[in-house]
Design a protein. Sequence first.
Length: 677
Amino acid sequence: MEIIKQNYLDKLNDKQKQAILNFDGPCLIVAGAGSGKTKVLTTRVIHIIKEKKAWPNQILCVTFTNKAAREMQNRIASFLNEKISSLPWLGTFHSVSAKLLRRHAESVGLNSRFTIIDQEDQLRLVKNICKAENIDIKKLSPKIIIALINQWKNKGLLPKNVIIKKRNVLEKNILVVYKFYQERLKILNSCDFGDLILLCVKMFEENPDILELYQNNFKYILVDEYQDSNFIQSKWLNLLAKKRNNICCVGDDDQSIYSWRGAEIRNFLDFSKTYKNTIIIKLEQNYRSTKNILSAASGLISKNNDRLGKKLWTEDKDGEQVKLTCYKNGREEATGISNIIEQSLKKKYSLNNVSILVRAIFQTREFEERFLKIGMGYRVIGGTKFYERSEIKDSVAFLRVVNQKNDDLAFERIINTPKRSIGDRAIKQLHDYARSHKISLESSAIELLQLNKIKPKTKFGLVSILNLFNKWRLDLKQKKHYEIMEIILDESGYSKMLKDKKDLESEGRLENLKELIRAMHDFDNLQGFLEHVALATSIDQDWDGEKVNLMTMHAAKGLEFDAVFLPGWEEGLFPHQKSLEDKGNLALEEERRLAYVGLTRAKKESFISFAMSRIYRGDWVDSLASRFIDELPDENIKREEDVQDNEDFFFNQDIEYEEGVRSPGYARLQKKLKRIK
């Protein structure tokens, strides 16, 4: 195999070279943020080929995203005088599994032309099964069913393997659907994403000859982002690597932030127990961030116990200290950050290299409002802009109908949300009558009801919602517009609809609705608020040129920016109170890892901030600075003027926390907050 670039080991540090040259036997590469792990992984593949230890198709390289696979593929191709098609087996767990299954589909009861269904198909199939089995999807949400089925598959459990506690009626009902679901998939010659890996493992376990074929073929196995692997992915790797043990996994336990998606950090921490005689190599030299940023991040993450341990360092200069600012409230935080960007950062960096990373997506709302006001371009990455989110549009549609009864577009959007047995046929009937009589849809509904031309089942739902419209219009004359919003969400059943789903997506939507109500307090009346929303959503926000990036810290993993803002570092928000309540200290360590990820996205400047108070459900609530702030090394932090004035409060060293429980000093600190304000 001819290598185009013979100097591929040049410009690598000693640890990187060690990680590349030790290619026989199990190896765990603990790669810190910005330490060049992709370069190490791709160069390791090239070196194996150069040393003639294996042909390209005898190397298996697994990534977690298609983007990462393409990047590695292009890097390897640039070194080798070969076409893409002759490169190693390189792809995600799912894409490689699909390739293996198509070769041996009959062994798992499929044929090679099987279809891989997406989430929308999954949902439709589950709904059909529920309908056939007389399962009320209002009581048992299809999304919850799919979520649990996916959890079982991630744990390697087919229906026959699932064991349920006697009293867990919910899981018993879902298991019934799971059985029918798998049977139906086989009839359709289909599988979902979870099946790709699970059926591959089943194929290996039940067909030793197939397993041996690939154990012999794959002389070397390399895995990227191993800290994000789940149980079934780890088992898949164990089976393939068992014969030769030439497996190299790269990752960072300090960046394991996806437990809610099924990731098992123990896979990474226990790697040396699973594979005997493992060589552990730590890549600690960082090529991204300044010394102050790295020291701050290292000092913070050192408070975690469940980690292998490492300390990032750089030959780069000290750089700016991490700036820490306290604001009076959330709105002033958004204003202050936008001023820093406008007056300082914009002169030094492209706005494309400036990012605001939040813990919860609802936090973007105040920044969006501010950027719209001052005309600064922005993009929301990994999410939808606040007023374009479906739950916000639904809620605003209710308000629009209450505000004026001729708003047909808003009427049509929410007339059957939540479900009221007002289907497409009934809506068409309303439209036809409205057009022929030149009246609004609401007037059309009223007249058709008076003429007794609406079917009984539809009639009940239509009468109930029309009565609510009239009630809310009367309420609006006596109550504040934001109080009306709360009443609408409650009496329409919209909040209940989201609460009943009991999934992470619905919880996020409920948080967004709380933020919507908070936003409404900034306006004197309903008309003013609706006008603001109309302007915010209709304005052309796709300006040419540069834009500030808005995203969650989860979405920022793997990215880097010149300057990063980390707002909202307050107890209950970050670390997130619900996470702490659900998983205690395990969640606290994951939240701290998330803080570490946020800090290490910054190359040159990092800004942390928190507010002394925020509005929650219409009331001002005092905030307590996040415990993570107290864990940052003082020498790497620059406390802005407002913070320095209140140093005894913000950096009180005698505060102790246990698994998300507020300390005895909480009340005392709250008094100080009020005195400061």
